[in-house]
Design a protein around this ligand. Structure first.
Ligand SMILES: NC(=O)c1ccc[n+]([C@@H]2O[C@H](COP(=O)([O-])OP(=O)(O)OC[C@H]3O[C@@H](n4cnc5c(N)ncnc54)[C@H](O)[C@@H]3O)[C@@H](O)[C@H]2O)c1
Length: 330
């Protein structure tokens, strides 16, 4: 079987990807500096190497040594707010990291690359659902680094003859069914883990920023896509690249928006616990709605997200969250 190198495979989405690749019979090498990832997220069936994607010499050894056929780049700094105060760190890690990986791939003639891009490349959209051909106008350094990598990939792939998939995730969420992997951020910034922390009393309450948006209940609407559905879309993209298709850019979202209020209600219903809500003013730069059109991925890859309802997503998050927080339920 071919070998994939998963950079950032000890992190939240990367570790789910590693599991999915192993289930397909792929050989997997994980490269991760463990800045936010966890060593125990990488199963024994994968070869783990602790190292940094900016280390070109290490990559130059790894790619030929393991005869790598495809590189996945999940490794990245991911906090939008932090990127505003530390833009250079974001360019260094996210852009220079991708550059080093692609340079090494070109030297070793590695044929395929799959990049974790983001809905942040669109900034504030003119309309929803957002399609891939809408204007790319990031509103923060995090989104700019993702866009810069996408632009670099376009030129480099044409010049050097590799193919790539740039996958623009919306809000990744949920956990693998057996609750052996899941989301861990310190400090936590994603909505579902924050609400579940409020449910178990790890936090006193959940803040809702703005309830006067032009949405049915006044709170912001976002597109939540389950992490295993994301992993499946990566497998299908890899398959399409290997079958000789050209490079691909896909939005990966559920195509359904859910409001902050709906997420909190789903968490109440799944956990059976009360969740205290505190109303707070709007945050600057939060668009009212961000919803993906994933029609292109659905049509070209035959991808259909399996987790359609909020409850089915939150159930998997809850199973993981309880385990992570040591079985606490209130
Ligand atoms: N979580 C989301 O909702 C979301 C949405 C859109 C895009 N993305 C993208 O998906 C990817 C994965 O996100 P995640 O939520 O799993 O984050 P994560 O922080 O859990 O995973 C990132 C992993 O990369 C590793 N890493 C970071 N910098 C590295 C470096 N220089 N060298 C080697 N390893 C390094 C970290 O240790 C970690 O294991 C990121 O590229 C992110 O921008 C995530």
């Amino acid at each position: 079987m071919p070998t994939s190198l998963v950079c950032g495979g000890a992190g939240y989405i990367g570790s789910h990807m590693v599991r999915s690749l192993l289930e397909e019979g792929e050989r997997v090498v994980v490269l991760d500096n463990l800045s936010t990832g966890r060593r125990d997220f990488v199963p024994a069936e994968a070869l783990f190497i602790q190292g940094d994607v900016r280390d070109g010499e290490l990559l130059d050894r790894l790619l030929p040594q393991h005869d790598v056929n495809a590189v996945f780049l999940f490794a990245s700094l991911i906090k939008v707010g932090e990127s505003v105060s530390l833009p250079l760190a974001y360019y260094e890690n996210n852009f220079v990291g991708a550059l080093r990986v692609v340079e090494s791939m070109v030297r070793s003639r590695t044929p395929h690359f799959i990049f974790s891009s983001s809905a942040a490349v669109y900034g504030e959209p003119e309309a929803v659902p957002i399609t891939e051909d809408m204007p790319l106008r990031p509103t923060n350094p995090y989104g700019e680094t993702k866009l810069a990598v996408e632009q670099m990939l376009r030129w480099a792939s044409e010049a050097h003859g590799f193919t790539y998939g740039a996958l623009r995730y919306f809000n990744a969420c949920g956990a693998i069914e057996d609750a052996t992997l899941g989301e861990v951020q310190e400090p936590e910034t994603h909505l579902i883990p924050l609400v579940l922390d409020a449910a178990i009393g790890e936090k006193e309450s959940i803040s809702v920023f703005g309830d006067d948006y032009d949405t049915p209940d006044g709170t912001c609407v976002r597109d939540y896509i389950h992490v295993m559905d994301l992993a499946r879309a990566h497998l299908l993209t890899l398959d399409a690249l290997r079958r000789g298709g050209g490079s691909k850019i896909y939005n990966l979202g559920n195509g359904r928006g859910f409001s902050v209020e709906e997420v909190i209600d789903a968490c109440r219903s799944v956990t059976g616990l009360p969740i205290k809500v505190v109303r707070a003013p709007r945050r600057a730069g939060d668009p009212a709605r961000l919803i993906a059109s994933s029609d292109r991925a659905r049509q070209e890859l035959g991808w259909t997200p399996h987790y359609q309802s909020l409850e089915s997503i939150v159930e998997t998050s809850w199973r993981w969250h309880r385990k992570r927080r040591g079985g606490r339920t209130a």
